[in-house]
Write a protein that binds this ligand. Sequence first.
Ligand code: ZN
Length: 78
Amino acid sequence: MPNPKRKHTRSRRDSRRAQNWRLDAVTAGACPNCKNLRPPHTVCPSCGWYNGKLAVAPKQKKAKGAEGGSAGQEKPKS
Ligand SMILES: [Zn+2]
C-alpha cells in the first residue's frame, strides 16, 4: 500500500483546503442603454432593456413617496 513519504505542512494542507472557499468574481457587463452593471443574458434591472429594446417596464421608484415623504428616510449618498 503506497504511503506519502513526507508529511505535508499545515500551510500546504490549509492552502489546499482554502481553494474550495474561494468565491468567483461576479460577472457583469455594462447595459448598452443605461451603462449600469447587470449580469450577462439578463434584462437590465434598472432600465428593463434586453437585446436592444425595452423588454420589461422598469420599476418606478415610488415617485410619490419620495416627493411627499420625508427626505430623512433615504440613504445618504456619500
Ligand atoms: Zn440598463
